[in-house]
Design a protein around this ligand. Structure first.
Ligand code: CAO
Length: 414
């Protein structure tokens, strides 16, 4: 048994943000029916292709464990089928441009009339306000949600991160909204509207930077690399690799950094383990030196402190540093490349990185469910081919006869 067994999702999502959400729900056991436009389907099937005429990795890695039905929801017969699907499902998820579902004729009011138990969940770029009609992609959200203005180095331009906090970050938020609404439905018997704006989700993930905006009024941000010699403006600046928490941290070079772009490690100089760290790097003199042996004394010279630490880390590989410092309770983490992560045995063992077989592309590597439930195992099954389950869904979910499915196909609705 899986946690969401019996929950049926009408998945109108495309690109990355929405599919991330419904993929998680599928891993938890929901029956996810992905509705795609006949002929083309989700645009990502054909984007960033590495192999000709084969669903892209972009698509396959975001649409595991789902079924695909092609359906023209602007065609009258397609709309009749879509109405029946709304009746048969528990959740409708979409991330079209604002108003797209209303333009198809399916407003929230109409959806509630068709199925009062329906949870209707959407991702949009912005919430209500001046930008609510805008179309939004990942990096637009990173810029408008506070990620870009606070990422990078002070003397460089705003920078977006590799982590897809706008798309996948919002998808994860929406998944929580959906299961929360389903939980409430258990008691109220009613569905509800769930909306998550990408700007809001990114800002939520940048919460500590809004914290720093308010701290700025009361003096410089002493853990930022600008302190004590640089200047602070009136907005939270970019903090380079400084830690966002109360314990100073930085990325330092390790042996081989000259040729290996990832020969680095992040080290946090947690106060409780500072003496251990000082001894490990050959600076036992810091332990009794009032210039160094309190967090307050170290604050104005974090640059000098990390330079000293780096002198030591540069003599070791990032894994040797990890092996030395972890037993001393010094939190640290090597900068791992995608190549290293793909080979990491512990991630394979837990199913976080898995091989999946696909009928037209062959085997490929993907990220499995990062959320582990002890009583709801999540095996990863391949993404569906375009319309692979059209007949199956029409017949088993909607109870149509084979003759009726032939008719709706020749009608051009599927
Ligand atoms: N049958 C018939 N029509 C369909 C259909 C189907 N099965 N599926 C989609 N369509 C139609 C939609 O109804 C819409 O038609 P109208 O413009 O006439 O209403 C049209 O296809 C295109 O939808 P769209 O405007 O959402 O697509 P786009 O490529 O222009 O924009 C995106 C893409 C992502 C910018 C936009 O959907 C958006 O802003 N979404 C919300 C924010 C979001 O999730 N962004 C993350 C994207 S991942 O980086």
């Amino acid at each position: 048994m899986k946690a969401l067994d019996g929950v049926r999702i009408l998945d109108m999502t495309h690109v990355q943000s929405g599919p991330t959400c419904t993929q998680l729900l599928a891993w938890f056991g929901a029956d996810v029916i992905k509705v795609e436009r006949p002929g083309t389907g989700d645009a990502t099937r054909g984007q960033l292709r590495d192999l000709p005429d084969v669903d892209s990795l972009y698509f396959t890695m975001l649409n595991h464990n789902k079924r695909s039905i092609t359906l023209n929801t602007k065609h009258p017969t397609g709309q009749m089928i879509f109405t029946k699907l709304i009746e048969a499902c528990d959740v409708l998820v979409e991330n079209f441009a604002p108003g797209a579902l209303d333009r198809m004729g399916f407003s929230w009011e109409r959806i509630q009339t068709i199925n009062p138990r329906m949870v209707y969940a959407s991702i949009k770029g912005f919430g209500p306000g001046p930008y609510e009609e805008c179309k939004v992609y990942e990096n637009v959200a990173q810029c408008t949600g506070g990620g870009a203005s606070t990422t990078g180095f002070d003397d460089g331009p705003p920078t977006v991160t590799g982590a897809q906090i706008g798309d996948s970050g919002t998808g994860v938020h929406l998944a929580l909204g959906i299961v929360t609404a389903l939980f409430q439905r258990e008691r109220s018997g009613k569905g509800q509207r769930v909306v998550c704006a990408m700007q809001d989700a990114v800002l939520n993930l940048c919460r500590v930077k809004l914290r720093d905006q308010q701290r700025l009024k009361h003096g410089p941000l002493t853990e930022y690399p600008q302190y004590p010699d640089g200047t602070f403006g009136d907005a939270t600046p970019r903090s380079g690799n400084a830690s966002g928490g109360g314990q100073p941290g930085w990325i330092v070079k390790c042996r081989g950094w000259e040729s290996d772009p990832n020969a680095y490690i992040y080290i946090i100089t947690q106060a409780a383990a500072f003496n251990n760290l000082a001894q490990a790097i050959g600076r036992s003199d810091w332990v009794d030196d009032p210039e160094w042996n309190t967090p307050q004394a170290r604050m104005p010279k974090l640059g000098q402190m990390f330079a000293e630490i780096e002198r030591w880390t540069m003599t070791k590989s990032k894994f040797e540093v990890m092996e030395t410092l972890n037993p001393l309770n010094v939190p640290c983490g090597p900068v791992l490349s995608m190549k290293e992560l793909a080979k990491e045995p512990s991630l394979r063992a837990t199913g976080t990185v898995v091989d999946v077989d696909h009928p037209t592309r062959g085997a490929y590597l993907t990220v499995g469910n990062p959320i582990k439930l002890s009583d709801s195992p999540a095996e990863v099954t391949r993404s569906p081919l375009l319309g692979e389950h059209t007949e199956e869904i029409l017949e088993t979910v909607l109870g149509m006869t084979p003759a009726e499915t032939v008719a709706v196909r020749s009608d051009g609705a599927v």
